[in-house]
Write a protein that binds this ligand. Structure first.
Ligand SMILES: NC(=O)c1ccc[n+]([C@@H]2O[C@H](COP(=O)([O-])OP(=O)(O)OC[C@H]3O[C@@H](n4cnc5c(N)ncnc54)[C@H](O)[C@@H]3O)[C@@H](O)[C@H]2O)c1
Length: 345
């Protein structure tokens, strides 16, 4: 473990601004990050996360279960009851220690309890460090859809403890790389050439800039969904199909390659830029092929069913002016690009 100094990046949001600390061995400093006015801390985490700061004031630990199903209204209900029983009040703190599931759940419980108590995050997965913990999007799933119930609730601080990544399962690490890869095309140039610490910082900086300019995802923040349209279609088609074992970050990596091929087909970028996409995705050890058995027509149908499609196909695509939302794309061009991807060696 290295004892290099921590890096601090501020997410500038007026009176909701907060620091993101990136580095090693930061847990000992967590107490100094907590405001003096906080008298109790509710720590929300999962049992398999081997990271737990020692809090210097009365605190209780709440364990939620592992996996996407833990992002539920019943988890929120259980946490809020626990908060009430420990006497947590509006001036106290909910501290999330974990990946994106923990930060989404703990953040939404904090936003709801007493109509809002402060929350902070110690992000322990790569995906949480570069994405989920920053920006204040919190929420849970309901049977009708993922992340359908939630709130914008900015944290008071975020800690990206890099040593935590050493215990992260290899596949989860790769999934984090899938989300990370998109930042290489959203302003973090030559991302894959940097040491990991600098990669995390570069991604946090890009994410912070998007959040600062569009806190409530009106427009620009949607560009963070680069690579996600196909990824969501793959996930929708794979849903319930136990034969397709693809995680979100892995689907995003395929989505990035698809987006590059589509952008080239539409004359927005050249082959050199497509090659850049392959280089970045390959450098993270991620696959670029569509899962077997997923044909182009099924995927196009799934894209039309996406709640954000509004009856036409829109993609976040690269181009000479950078990455932007491109609407009303001819479904036959999308189908041809999917066939191109399907037939790639
Ligand atoms: N709010 C947002 O802006 C935003 C953005 C992107 C994703 N998300 C959400 O984030 C979730 C995915 O996050 P994730 O990929 O971190 O998944 P996750 O939270 O499920 O973590 C993945 C697995 O790794 C384990 N883990 C985490 N840190 C560990 C560590 N240091 N050592 C050992 N194990 C560890 C977790 O317990 C879990 O089993 C999804 O629910 C997604 O919707 C939210």
């Amino acid at each position: 473990m290295s004892a290099e100094p921590r890096e601090e990046i501020i997410v500038h949001l007026g009176d909701r601004s907060y620091p993101v600390y990136i580095g090693y061995a930061l847990l000992d400093s967590v107490n100094s990050m907590i405001s003096d006015g906080v008298s109790k801390v509710a720590v929300v985490t999962q049992r398999n996360i081997g990271v737990l700061p020692e809090i210097d004031r009365p605190s209780e630990i709440f364990y939620i279960s592992d996996g996407e199903h833990a992002k539920s209204l019943s988890t929120i209900g259980g946490l809020c009851s626990g908060f009430a029983q420990m006497g947590l009040n509006r001036k106290d703190l909910v501290l999330a220690v974990g990946g994106g599931v923990v930060s989404d759940v703990a953040g939404f419980a904090a936003a709801s309890f007493h109509r809002g108590v402060a929350f902070a995050v110690i992000a322990t997965s790569l995906l949480a460090q570069v994405d989920a913990a920053i920006g204040g999007k919190t929420g849970v799933n309901i049977p009708e859809g993922k992340n359908l119930v939630g709130a914008f609730w900015q944290p008071s601080f975020v800690v990206c403890e890099l040593s935590a990544l050493e215990t992260l399962p290899e596949r989860e690490r790769r999934c984090g790389f899938g989300e990370m890869a998109k930042y290489a095309f959203l302003g973090a140039e030559e991302l894959d050439m940097m040491p990991l610490r600098d990669q995390v910082s570069a991604c946090v900086r890009v994410k912070a800039s998007f959040v600062e300019s569009d806190e409530r995802e009106g427009d620009r923040r949607a560009l963070l969904n680069y690579g996600h349209t196909l990824a969501h279609a793959i996930e929708a088609v794979a849903f319930g199909d136990s034969g397709t074992d693809l995680k979100h970050g892995e689907a995003v990596a395929i989505g990035l390659i698809f987006a590059a091929l589509l952008a080239k087909r539409l004359g927005r970028i050249g082959q050199d830029r497509v090659d850049d996409h392959f280089r970045v995705v390959n450098s993270y050890g991620l696959g670029t092929k569509l899962p077997t058995g997923m044909d182009a027509d099924t995927l196009v149908r799934a894209m039309f069913k996406d709640k954000k499609s509004f009856g036409s196909l829109a993609f976040v695509l690269d181009g000479s002016a950078g990455v932007e939302v491109v609407r009303d794309i001819d479904p036959s061009v999308v189908r041809e690009t999917l066939l191109e991807l399907e037939n790639m060696k």
